[in-house]
Design a protein around this ligand. Structure first.
Ligand code: ATP
Ligand code: MG
Length: 334
C-alpha cells in the first residue's frame, strides 16, 4: 500500500523514488495505491479548489508509467469513509507525544513562518494527526510493504509502532507491522541540489515537454569550483548532473568523467546531452499520458472501480476491529 498527495503533477523524484517499485510490485503482490486528498488538505486548506484537478493529474501520471488498473487497486482516499473512521479509532491509541515529535512536522514548521510561534499557529489539529491518518491508510488495507521515498521513513516507523501498540493493548495480533521499501534512488536531488520536491520549484515533471526539461536541466548545479570552460572539472564535486548520469546512462559515465576532467567538454554541453537522455527515457510515458488525457471518463471509471474494491477491504478491517474492541458492530446490522 502506498499513496501520494494531490498537490501537483508528479516529478522524477516520485518516479525514481517510488513508482519504479510500485510498478515492479504489481506482479508480485496485491497492490493498493491511493490518491490521498485528505492529506492534501493538511497544508492546502486555504486553497482547495485545485485538489480535484490534481487527483486526475496524478492518476494520469501513474497510469502512463505503467501502474496497471487490472493488477492494482487505484483509489481516492475520500471515497473510503472507513479510513476516517479508522483514523479516529487509531487516534485513541496514539500517544500525543508521538505525533508531536514527528521530524517531518518539525521540518515543515521551519518553513511555514519566520518565527516558531507563528509557525505552530499554522499547524492544524489535522496536520498534527498526519501520521495517524497515514497509518489508517496503510492499515485499512492491512498493508505490509509500503514503497515510499526516504523522507517517509519516520512516518513508517510511527505506523509500525502504532500497529504494534494496538496489537499489544488489545492482545490480538491483528494489524501487520508495515515496512518501508526503497528503490536504489530513495531521495532524488532537484536541479538546485536539494531534495526534488513539488514545493521547492526544483523539479522536472514526468509530464514536462522536452523543451521544459532542457531548460530545467540547464539550471542544474554542477562543480562550483569550475569557473571557465577551459578549467578541468571534478565529477566528485559535480552536485547534480553526475549523479543523474548514473541513473540514465551508466555505460556513458567513463566517457563523461574523462571529458569533464580533461576539460574536453563544458558543463553546458554535458547538461544538454543529459537532457537528451532524460527526454528519450520519458518519451513513451509522455506520449501515453497525452493519449490517456483525451479520455477523462475512462480515468474516472478506473478510479471508481478501485474505490469500490478498496472500500470493501476497509469495511472488513473496521468490522473486525469493532469485534476486537468489543463494541457494538453496527455495520453487521446495516
Ligand atoms: P510536497 O512538496 O507537496 O511534500 P513531494 O514532492 O515531497 O511534495 P509527496 O507527495 O510528499 O511529494 O511524496 C510522495 C511520495 O514520493 C513519497 O513516498 C515520497 O517519499 C516520494 N518522494 C517525493 N520526492 C522524492 C524524491 N525527491 N526522491 C525520492 N522520493 C521522493
Ligand atoms: Mg513531501
Amino acid at each position: 500500500m502506498s499513496g501520494m498527495r494531490p498537490t501537483g503533477r508528479l516529478h522524477l523524484g516520485h518516479y525514481f523514488g517510488t513508482l519504479l517499485n510500485w510498478v515492479a510490485f504489481q506482479s508480485e503482490h496485491e497492490c493498493f495505491y491511493s490518491i490521498v486528498d485528505w492529506h492534501a488538505l493538511t497544508t492546502q486548506y486555504t486553497n482547495t479548489k485545485e485538489i480535484k484537478q490534481h487527483v486526475f493529474e496524478i492518476a494520469l501520471d501513474w497510469l502512463c508509467v505503467g501502474i496497471d488498473p487490472d493488477q492494482s487497486t487505484i483509489y481516492v482516499q475520500s471515497a473510503i469513509p472507513e479510513i476516517a473512521e479508522l483514523h479516529l479509532l487509531l487516534s485513541m491509541f496514539a500517544p500525543h507525544n508521538w505525533v508531536e515529535r514527528d521530524p517531518t512536522l518539525k521540518d515543515l514548521v521551519k518553513v511555514l513562518a519566520a518565527n516558531e510561534e507563528e509557525a505552530w499557529e499554522k499547524v492544524s489539529y489535522g496536520l498534527l494527526g498526519y501520521p495517524v491518518l497515514q497509518t489508517a491508510d496503510i492499515l485499512s488495507m492491512k498493508g505490509e510493504l509500503v514503497p515510499v521515498g526516504k523522507d517517509q521513513e519516520a512516518h513508517l516507523e510511527f505506523a509500525r509502532d502504532l500497529a504494534r501498540r494496538f496489537n499489544h493493548l488489545t492482545g490480538v495480533d491483528f494489524f501487520p507491522e508495515p515496512k518501508p521499501e526503497f528503490t536504489a534512488t530513495p531521495s532524488l536531488k532537484g536541479v538546485d541540489g536539494l531534495k526534488m520536491s513539488k514545493s521547492y520549484n526544483n523539479d522536472i515533471k514526468i509530464a514536462d515537454t522536452d523543451a521544459d526539461t532542457i531548460k530545467r536541466v540547464k539550471q542544474m548545479v554542477t562543480d562550483r569550483t569550475r569557473i571557465a570552460k577551459a578549467d578541468p572539472g571534478h565529477t566528485d564535486l559535480c552536485e547534480v548532473p553526475w549523479p543523474w548520469y548514473q541513473i540514465f546512462s551508466k555505460d556513458l559515465t567513463k566517457q563523461v568523467k574523462e571529458e569533464c576532467e580533461s576539460a574536453a567538454i563544458g558543463c553546458v554541453d554535458c547538461k544538454t546531452r543529459l537532457a537528451t537522455y532524460i527526454n528519450d527515457y520519458f518519451a513513451p510515458y509522455r506520449a501515453k499520458r497525452m493519449e490517456l488525457a483525451k479520455n477523462p471518463e475512462r480515468v474516472l471509471q478506473i478510479i471508481e472501480h478501485g474505490n469500490v474494491k478498496a472500500r470493501r477491504v476497509a469495511k472488513q478491517t473496521i468490522s473486525e476491529m469493532y469485534d476486537i474492541l468489543g463494541l457494538f458492530n453496527w455495520s453487521d446490522k446495516q
